[in-house]
Ligand binder design. Sequence first.
Ligand SMILES: [Mg+2]
Length: 314
Amino acid sequence: MNSKDGIIGLIIGDALGVPVEFKSRKELEKNPIEKMIGYGTYNKAPGTFSDDSSLTLATIDSIIKHPEIDYEDMMTKFSNWYHNGDYTSDGETFDVGHTTVLAISRYDDGVNPLKCGGGYEHDNGNGSLMRILPVAYLINERMSSEDVELIYNVSGLTHNHKRSKIACHLYCQIAVKLLNNDISLRDSINQSIDDILKYYKDDKEFDMERGRFERIFSREIFNLDINDIKSSGYVIDTLEAVLWTLVNTNSYRETLLKSVNLGSDTDTVGAICGGLAGIYYGYDSIPEEWLNTLARKEDILNLLDNFDKIINKE
Ligand SMILES: [Mg+2]
């Protein structure tokens, strides 16, 4: 496995979306993103990535140093991102999510890392979904309950509500299918939904959340009109936007531009979409001019070489 497909795919999506985060779809229809631009929302140079990528890289760095998984270490790295600018493009932390900051503050105050994440209904932003992809490289296609527990724990460091955890589970399941099989994006999503519904068949807590995922589980999502797709920072809106975009596009470039131009939470929708699109279409499908603009590209590729040694058990 070559993690740069998915991880660079994710970081590029983040960087494409950063300059237009919070812009409405209407604004982007008039003036769409067609290449890697800079400045805009955060006044950052082209190729600057945000929290989505930084926390993904922090997770990867922690797994490299502790392949057995050390949640203390993972949270320490998240805290160092927030306070010291570790894993950022230019040393400056920006675009910080509310639920994530509260969890880091609890950790800084000495709370057990697995008890830091927000567990209320309003804690269901996309802040764990945006950084969960590294976990998919550690688990088997036939997901065991230990694998799901790992996904839950990594999500729960910041986002501990069942809804966020199910979203992370489905996302990782799709990623794992794509990593292990030569199948289409649509088939990987379809099969993953089947697997998820089977996995939770006797789970009462899941039953309470099931309705929130109904447009996904019923596959209605594949055929919705763009006007029915929100792309906000709410985890369900984000996941719907990602799945809808993936099945309605035919290349890495098209997928990423379509996802970012949905507007609203552009960088995170771009990142989460870019992770799966990167795995499916491959690193070589990422436009070279986007790669050449990416901040700290060589540092990231070096980190991913080390990550590959862990996931391939070299
Ligand atoms: Mg961001």
